[in-house]
Design a protein around this ligand. Sequence first.
Ligand code: C5P
Length: 209
Amino acid sequence: RPRLTIAIDGPAASGKGTLARRIAATYGLAHLDTGLSYRAVAKALIDAGAALDDEAAARRAAEVLDLSALDAGILSDHVIGEAASKVAVMVPVRQALVAAQRRFAETGKGAVLDGRDIGTVVLPDADVKLYVTASAERRAERRHAEILSKGGDARLEDVLEDLKRRDARDMGRADSPLKPAADAHLLDTSEMDIETAFQAACDLVDRHR
Ligand code: C5P
């Protein structure tokens, strides 16, 4: 069977990460959460006491990043997510990370990458492209429930405002804005549970194989 590359894009808390992990496990493919690479650059700047718009420092952090050594636990914090969307507007950061992400996708028997620009920029020739969305209200409810279930504390209105601000920054930036690739399949999970969304995604992958 030939190599299979799958691109999954969408806004924060759309469910794309969960879908990407399950699809990768189901089809025996490697998985890369590309958001973690932007998060790791943001964390490197924060740890170094550098400003989030320090382009030279951010470029260096992106160039030395080892994609195989990213700790999702440490990077999951929402402050880091917000900071990641600030470093993600810088062209040299994106160039370095996109190059590393493409190298990841080219090794092995295939890969699932999830992020904001996978179908449009990182893997424009991906075999299957999914664009996963849900209304901001539904995404905020899910993110809020997740925070509470982990023993955290947050107000639903604040979670919603955070999401909207991050959507606006990710969709409005000049380089590689978040948008569906022309040939992406849209999956709106507003009224769909994860199981139904997963089945719909598998149907699309099976049709392609
Ligand atoms: O998906 P996650 O919330 O981890 O992404 C954090 C931030 O990294 C996003 O808000 C976005 O600004 C940036 N990002 C990106 N391109 C990607 C993945 C993430 O610009 N492929």
